[in-house]
Design a protein around this ligand. Structure first.
Ligand SMILES: CC(=O)N[C@H]1[C@@H](OP(=O)(O)OP(=O)(O)OC[C@H]2O[C@@H](n3ccc(=O)[nH]c3=O)[C@H](O)[C@@H]2O)O[C@H](CO)[C@@H](O)[C@@H]1O
Ligand SMILES: C=C(OP(=O)(O)O)C(=O)O
Length: 449
């Protein structure tokens, strides 16, 4: 790889500390339980604020930076949220909408979901441009399309999105060309309230995190059901009620642990996860020779022999998850041959590969003969397995790219220093405990303290 930093040199927000230090070479061993999923918790917290009764959420990963920021935004918009360890008591009775803080909204992708919440409450909201991982062109045209199809008055400019106080149509059809995760959730939030209004979302996202949010809303009295061919039908109800809900376990953290176990030749039991939510990924990883068994409590993962290369193409659920592709790359780094990874969802999702190259990984990024779902030119990573990785100074480029370099560092010879760990901590509550409890030599260092 001739580029040392990829496009990362263009970013001006890389933080030197705190940083993570990993002394590689320890095989991960032991048992571990998963925390609640970030990508279910974020929309679920917004959903919980759609009722003026109390909604209690358990198993919320409250240490995650993005969760904290979303709570801050919701409180600013008038919701009441109390944090009690890993549980939240949420109530939307004071919802006032308004203009959201640019700095906070601009750090997270799911600030977008406050638009759906505002439509639910019948109030206006100005959302400065949302943020999230810098992993390609993250468009929001499908969100706008959904709001407009439902009859809401939405104005979009280079500063952000303005939802004016407006009413939902009696009946609307939303047709997505791609099953957008955030777009589906936003349309559900906006469509769930009404007096018998009907919204049908064609080609809706059906990943486990969406199902978790729908289950929560239906417990709150919403009427949301699948009709056919991934169409969701939402019949508006006058109000939602309080309930209690457990956020689903984080399947991407499970994938992170599987990758880390495979690359370190380990033996780890992952509790409270069903193989069903990672079906495409487990099928792929079993082909590498990694032994993964489903048990009554979760998954057992055992390395028994050098892993074989296996090609992956990312796609919408139930396909191989784009958030898990960096973890598959990590798993393939020491494999016995060449594998390819074709990323079809997000065009900028290979930045972390330039960091892995500093550790001795052999990865080439080549143009693909296709466009990603956002219309941008797609790329393919060609990974040639090497015999060893070496510790190095690397940067966490985004949540999962950061996790991938941490996973590689666990198997590298010597010491790796990872900076810009704010990115990792946007998605992992405590990666030090996650790997440390399985034997890894890992610590978080803050020299200025
Ligand atoms: C907080 C959260 O849960 N984030 C997840 C969510 O993000 P997010 O909700 O942003 O993902 P989407 O499914 O909406 O986006 C996937 C693709 O569709 C494109 N698109 C999306 C919306 C739109 O209006 N127009 C459009 O073209 C995006 O640019 C992207 O290329 O799903 C992504 C894809 O599985 C994951 O990587 C993120 O981890
Ligand atoms: C891309 C991710 O998150 P976000 O959409 O919040 O940036 C992720 O969780 O991997």
């Amino acid at each position: 790889m001739d580029q040392v930093f990829g496009n990362l040199a263009l970013q001006d927000t890389i933080t030197a500390e705190p940083y993570i230090e990993i002394e590689g070479g320890v095989s991960l061993r032991g048992d571990i339980s998963l925390a609640g999923a970030k990508n279910s918790a974020l929309p679920s917290i917004v959903a919980a604020c759609l009722s003026s009764d109390e909604v209690v959420l358990h198993n919320v990963p409250v240490e995650i930076n993005d969760v904290r920021l979303l709570i801050e935004l919701l409180i600013e918009a008038g919701a009441k949220i109390e944090i009690h360890q890993n549980s939240l008591i949420c109530c939307g009775s004071g919802w006032k909408g308004g203009a959201l803080d640019e700095l906070v909204a601009g750090k997270i992708r799911h600030s977008l979901l406050l638009l759906g919440a505002s439509a639910f409450w019948g109030s206006s909201l100005f959302l400065p441009l949302p943020g999230g991982c810098s992993i390609g062109s993250r468009k929001h045209d499908l969100h706008v399309l959904a709001f407009k199809a439902m009859g809401f008055d939405m104005i979009e400019n280079e500063m952000g999105l303005l939802l004016n106080e407006s009413r939902i149509n009696k009946e609307s059809n939303i047709v997505f060309h791609y099953p957008t995760f955030g777009g589906t959730i936003n349309a559900i939030f906006a469509g769930v309230r009404g007096n018998g209004t009907k919204v049908t979302i064609y080609n809706a996202a059906c990943n486990p995190e969406v199902i978790d949010v729908i289950n929560l809303l239906n417990k709150m009295g919403a009427q949301i059901r699948w009709v056919n061919n991934n169409a969701l039908e939402i019949i508006g109800v006058p109000a939602l009620r309080g309930t209690v809900h457990n956020i689903m376990p984080d399947r991407i953290i499970a994938a992170t642990l599987i990758s880390a176990t495979g690359i370190t030749k380990g033996n780890v039991n992952i509790h409270n996860i069903s193989g069903e939510v990672l079906a495409a990924e487990l099928t792929t990883w079993r082909k590498t020779g990694l032994q993964i068994d489903e048990t009554t409590y979760g998954l057992t993962v055992r390395w028994t022999k050098r892993l074989q290369p296996v090609d992956v193409v990312t796609s919408a659920y139930p396909g191989f998850h784009t958030d898990i592709q960096p973890l598959h790359t990590a798993l393939m780094l020491l494999s016995d041959g060449t594998s390819t990874l074709t990323e079809t969802i997000l065009d900028g999702r290979f930045e972390y590969c330039y960091q892995l190259a500093k550790m001795g990984a052999n990865i080439e990024i080549v143009p693909g003969n296709f466009n990603c779902v956002n219309g941008a030119a797609g790329q393919i990573a060609i990974i040639k397995g090497v015999d060893r990785l070496k510790g190095s100074d690397v940067v966490a480029t985004d949540i999962r790219g950061g996790a991938a370099v941490a996973v590689a560092a666990l198997a590298a010879e010597g010491n790796t220093k990872i900076t810009n760990i704010y990115q990792i901590e946007r998605g992992y509550g405590n990666i030090i405990d996650l790997f440390g409890s399985l034997g890894a030599n890992i610590k978080r260092v803050s020299e200025s303290k």
